[in-house]
Design a protein. Structure first.
Length: 275
């Protein structure tokens, strides 16, 4: 069966990796049964511990490990292209990991890897809430755009959303569809999540599939949720407000082509962004 819908999974992952994987597999299966041929998982779908150091014990070598095996197996069994949120992979530097988003095709073959470039080192205004991803995460270097049955697919992760130049670089490589695994905080999500996702879709006249963590986690962190699929005009086609779940909907490439022809902002660009 050929599936042309795209889907976004929303979770509230915790420190029990096996429980997270069971939940992820259930949601992927349900999305596939609803017709999704491409499914995007949220950032840190397999594990959210008490602190950044906890994930270091789960680092996997390139091409082997429980998490990579899980994604390959489920993609093949469910017959979907799977954008695997992020998992910790071995980094160049000691004591750090790469936040890697792996893409598997419907035969379970890995076809792409994107390592998160922009790291969330911030203090949130008005509250005693601080994050320093760079303490345990080593940033990636390269953008990723790949061919898929759903169009030219670009990959970005969470904090990347705030840096439009990365998406312009993707556009120059033919990007038509964005997958954005994320784990926005409740505070930043309420303020900026929908605005940023819709803006990235609008300015690039692209579809955006934004899969998020959404709920209160055992580590005390609260994430915003509101996983969504947005069309090239900025319309939110489907959304999961809070808690676990998924959304899926069909891609209308005819509509995208019409918008890009009749509203040719891409062709009207006068400046180029370097990265």
């Amino acid at each position: 069966m050929t599936r042309k819908k795209i889907g976004a999974v929303q979770m509230a992952s915790g420190p029990n990796m096996n429980a997270n994987l069971l939940e992820a597999e259930r949601l992927i299966r349900e999305a596939a049964e609803s017709g999704a041929g491409l499914v995007v998982l949220p950032e840190n779908f397999a594990f959210m511990g008490k602190g950044g150091q906890d994930q270091l014990a789960l680092r996997e070598e390139e091409g082997s490990g429980q998490l990579q095996g899980f994604m390959s197996r489920v993609a093949e069994q469910q017959g979907v292209w799977l954008v695997g949120g992020t998992i910790p992979m071995v980094a160049r530097g000691p004591g750090k990991a790469r936040a890697a988003c792996l893409v598997f095709d419907d035969r379970g073959e890995r076809v792409a890897r994107y390592d998160k470039i922009h790291l969330f080192d911030v203090s949130l205004p008005g509250v005693d809430e601080r994050y320093q991803e760079s303490a345990t995460i080593e940033p990636g270097d390269d953008i990723v755009v790949l061919d898929s049955p759903f169009g030219r697919l670009g990959i970005a992760v969470c904090y990347d959303l705030r840096f439009p130049e990365i998406f312009r670089q993707m556009l120059d490589q033919g990007m038509e569809l964005l997958a954005i695994p994320s784990a926005f905080t409740a505070i930043t999500g309420k303020a900026h999540w929908e605005t940023l996702v819709r803006a990235r879709a609008i300015e690039n006249l692209a579809f955006a599939v934004a899969a998020a963590q959404g709920g209160i986690h055992l580590n005390g962190r609260e994430t915003h949720g509101h996983s969504m699929i947005v069309d090239p005009w900025g319309t939110v086609l489907a959304q999961v407000p809070r808690g676990t779940g998924y959304v899926c909907c069909a891609l209308d490439h005819t509509f995208q082509g019409s918008v890009r022809r009749n509203f040719p902002t891409i062709e009207h660009r006068r400046l180029k962004c370097s990265f």
